[in-house]
Design a protein around this ligand. Structure first.
Ligand code: PEP
Ligand code: MN
Length: 337
């Protein structure tokens, strides 16, 4: 970090600032030019408070040289991280596919979807048990019973399961979930991020509706800072001025996130578009843009779905999607597993 001091800064105040920084374990290199007076900080500046520095009357401005997300940063870890969940791997050339209904609705529904998506080549089964709905009157999910049905489907098929946690109160219910999802609406629920960091299970972190990429990676940093390195990022569309799709899929986020971090990036074309016929082209675009995996909503009967029917693929549509994706994933040098 470089601190740019104000012109004519009081030398005694600068010396006092140097001493404070030194006390924080930092080396301070001073450079006095004709028009610029700088302090260069060497050491771990992640916990140096920018607002504390900016409130000092001798400080003009700051420039960060290293990323504020040290653990998630590509600079700190040049190799791709590979997250392994059962036999499904994400990152480092591995491409994982997660599929299943928006919500678990019944034992028959989740089992029949699990069997069909597994047959088409999906490696993991998704299903919401606790649903973040805009309206308090809409279906809120089956709760603990939904998780039980999901575990039952895992037992029948062997597919690892993914489900969204919405509250720290439910942590104990998620101890047996293979990949814990933090949804878009909770991307900046910092207490929940810290708690899933301590849970020590792989986490699928979805980008907030209006979150910048740096904010997404800083949220991942919360999980990593608790000692949990198994984080998968998910681009699921952002809110823009365009109303014809539910969200706008930010394809540019894929290569950018992969440059910023070593964490795998998966794409959710279902929530990104909100329209079932758009899922296939956007999934293909995500593969071409370098995604490490996909999460797709599939329902045995989308017209009767309790949540997100319009964006859900039928099992036959998912089969067609997978058939189109398999050669494409290979063409882009990845292994589907
Ligand atoms: C979901 O995946 O079920 C979900 C609610 O997605 P998002 O948090 O991206 O809206
Ligand atoms: Mn959904």
């Amino acid at each position: 970090m470089i601190i740019i001091l104000k012109h004519g800064a009081d030398p005694a105040a600068v010396e006092s600032l140097r001493r404070d920084l030194h006390a924080q374990g930092l080396e301070v290199h001073e450079s006095v030019g004709r028009s610029r007076h700088l302090l260069g900080l060497v050491g771990d500046t992640t916990s140096v408070s920018e607002s504390w520095l900016l409130s000092n009357p001798v400080v003009d401005s700051l420039r960060r040289i290293s990323d504020p997300y040290q653990k998630a940063s590509r600079a700190s870890h040049s190799e791709d991280s590979v997250i392994r969940i059962g036999s499904t791997h994400f990152g480092g050339g591995h491409f994982g596919v997660i599929a299943g209904p928006c919500s678990v609705e019944s034992a028959r529904q989740i089992e029949s979807v699990a069997r069909s998506v597994q047959h088409s080549g999906a490696g993991m089964l998704r299903g919401g048990a606790f649903k973040p709905r805009t309206s308090p009157y809409a279906f809120q999910g089956m709760g603990a019973e939904g998780l039980e049905l999901l575990r039952h489907a895992r037992q029948k098929t062997g597919m690892p399961i993914v489900s969204e946690i919405m509250s720290t109160e439910h942590l104990s219910l998620f101890e047996d979930v293979d990949l814990v999802q933090i949804g878009a609406r909770n991307m900046q629920n910092f207490e929940l991020l810290k708690a899933v960091g301590r849970l020590g299970k792989p986490v699928l972190l979805k980008r907030g509706l209006s979150a910048t990429l740096e904010e997404l990676v800083m949220s991942a940093e919360y999980i990593l800072a608790e000692g949990n390195e198994q984080v998968i990022l998910c681009e699921r569309g952002i809110r823009t001025f365009e109303p014809s799709t539910r969200n706008t899929l930010d394809l540019g986020a894929i290569p950018m996130l992969k440059r910023m971090t070593h964490l795998p990036v998966v794409v959710d074309p279902s929530h990104a578009t909100g329209i079932s016929w758009m899922v296939k082209p956007m999934a293909q675009a995500a593969v071409a843009a370098g995604a490490d995996g996909l999460m797709v909503e599939v329902h045995n009967d989308p017209t009767a779905a309790l949540c997100d029917g319009p964006q859900s693929l039928t099992p036959a549509e998912f089969e067609d999607l997978m058939a189109a994706l398999k050669p494409q994933i290979e063409f882009f040098g990845k292994i589907l597993n």
